[in-house]
Design a protein around this ligand. Structure first.
Ligand SMILES: Cc1cc2nc3c(=O)[nH]c(=O)nc-3n(C[C@H](O)[C@H](O)[C@H](O)COP(=O)(O)OP(=O)(O)OC[C@H]3O[C@@H](n4cnc5c(N)ncnc54)[C@H](O)[C@@H]3O)c2cc1C
Length: 456
């Protein structure tokens, strides 16, 4: 079989954008029209919006890790590893496989969908002591960590230690932070009943954000409702506040308060994957500056989308770019596949346009706020919309069944408080979970590709 003459399409990242793109390419291209390859460190697509429910134990980790190999129809070649650099001139992507080998993958078309990483700031102690909420490993780690704080506080005779183990700080009042604080507070609230030696009054969750409002996308009234729900449940919300300093046993807020805590969860926004910087191309706030067709102007065959790209939001206009949401990423995935196919067949590409459908925020149990198509919902109707939306967006029937079964089990049998200990001795810093130090600089990519070319 001669594969050399077929165009090579390389998709980087198996998230919302990457998987949607690959599946569309598989459906629309005949096998002899192009070779499709996907680079991904994991063999699943992670359904990130349900991550807080994994951290709180409502869902098992496996239920939101949607397999990339469910069907025999999936004919894409999968390279298990991460792209660590792209040389646009030579059209080569440098990959570090999961066994740490460096592989050069030439392409004719490249679709960059490596998503984003946790955005951090130059705050003393932050990267050493904060946990993120971006990967399955982090969610599983945080769950164990929170339960271990209850176990250790229960075993301790020292009132100071107890107090610091029973306070928890979440930074970031967007949907990720708000849902994380809400779901984990629910977990500790339910768990403390099984620890008769612990005073429930000592358990305290703090949710802080430098912005003056929680989730401004929800609008004034709904945002206030979300805030009231959380405050009613005892979560202390501090707005206009951030972290000045983080240590192993305490966190200092910018308003001067010092909170004794061993748990700092940092969800204060995202930035594009470091892979984007290796291209040495123009960026907007770190995201690759692409046209509305999601191609990189002046670079033939290069496309980018999802959280890693600044895709113009034509539905909003005014020079806005699409927000980093799953809603946009998966629609862009389908659209970019169409544009890759159009460009491969010498047809014209079309711009991406999508009007935002709204927001759903699951605060655990029957607490939720949602704004589908501009309609403001609270409580059970909002929860039904939130869960219905996520459930229908899961890619496979197996994942849908797992999630539904987990929800039903949790509703009937309540939470469970097992600490697995699988990751107890693993490093727990942000960079360890997100592999942010794995990437090359643009100069290293060029030198590597040039060197590899000479050896051939
Ligand atoms: C806790 C949380 C809750 C959220 N809730 C919502 C919500 O309710 N609604 C909503 O619309 N959005 C939500 N989002 C945002 C949404 O999940 C993202 O916008 C969306 O996942 C972006 O899709 P993507 O395909 O660009 O990136 P991702 O889905 O993050 O996929 C990127 C993929 O690329 C892989 N990858 C990374 N680096 C490399 C590399 N170098 N080489 C190869 N592969 C790589 C990653 O492993 C991953 O599989 C939430 C996010 C979080 C963290």
């Amino acid at each position: 079989m001669n594969t050399v003459t077929r165009p090579r399409i390389l998709v980087v990242g198996a998230g919302f954008a990457g998987v949607e793109c690959v599946r569309r390419l598989e459906r629309k291209l005949s096998p002899d029209e192009a070779d499709v390859t996907l680079v991904t460190p994991f063999a699943y697509q992670l359904y990130l919006p349900l991550l807080p429910q994994v951290a709180s134990g409502v869902l098992t980790p496996q239920s939101i890790a949607v397999s990339l190999r469910r069907s025999k129809k999936y004919r894409t070649r999968i390279i298990p590893g991460g792209a660590i650099g792209v040389d646009l001139k030579s059209k080569v992507c440098v990959i570090r496989t999961i066994t740490d080998e460096i592989v050069d993958e030439p392409y004719d078309y490249i679709v960059l969908a490596p998503g984003s990483i946790t955005r951090t700031f130059d705050i003393p102690g932050l990267t050493e002591h904060a946990f993120g909420m971006k990967t399955l490993a982090e969610a599983a780690y945080i769950r164990d960590h929170v339960i271990s704080q209850l176990d250790l506080a229960d075993a301790s005779q020292d009132p100071q230690e107890r107090a610091s183990r029973l306070q928890f700080v979440v930074v970031g009042g967007g949907y990720a932070g708000t849902e994380t604080a809400a779901c984990l507070q629910r977990l500790t609230h339910a768990a403390v009943k099984r620890y008769p030696r612990l005073d429930p009054g000592l358990i305290k969750w703090h949710l802080i954000d430098i912005a003056p409002k929680l989730m401004p996308e929800l609008g004034e009234k709904l945002g206030r409702s979300a805030q009231e729900i959380l405050q009613r449940r005892g979560i202390e919300i501090s707005l206009g506040t951030s972290i000045a300093k983080a240590g192993p046993e305490e966190v200092t807020f910018t308003d001067g308060r010092v909170i004794p805590t061993r748990t700092l969860i940092w969800t204060a926004g995202v930035v594009a994957s470091p892979l984007i910087a290796t291209l040495g191309a123009e960026t907007v706030k770190g995201r690759l500056a692409v046209a509305a067709e999601m191609n990189l102007p002046g670079c033939d065959g290069v496309f980018a989308l999802g959280d890693s790209a600044a895709v113009p939001d034509l539905a909003k206009g005014d020079g806005a770019m699409c927000p980093p949401t799953a809603q946009h990423a998966l629609r862009q995935g389908r659209h970019v596949a169409d544009n890759v196919i159009a460009s491969l067949r010498g047809q014209s590409m079309t711009p991406y346009v999508h009007k935002d459908l709204g927001l759903v925020v699951d605060l655990g149990g029957t607490d939720a706020v949602s704004k589908p198509l501009g309609i403001e919902l609270r409580g059970l109707p909002a929860q039904a919309v939130a869960r219905g939306y996520h459930w229908s967006a899961l890619r496979t029937n197996v994942a849908k069944t797992r999630v539904m079964t987990n929800w039903l089990l949790n509703a009937v049998a309540g939470d469970d408080f097992v600490r697995t200990g699988f990751q107890a001795r693993k490093p727990a810093r942000l960079k360890d979970f997100e592999y942010t130090d794995a990437y090359l600089t643009p100069e290293q990519v060029r030198a590597h590709v040039a060197g590899a070319g000479r050896q051939e």
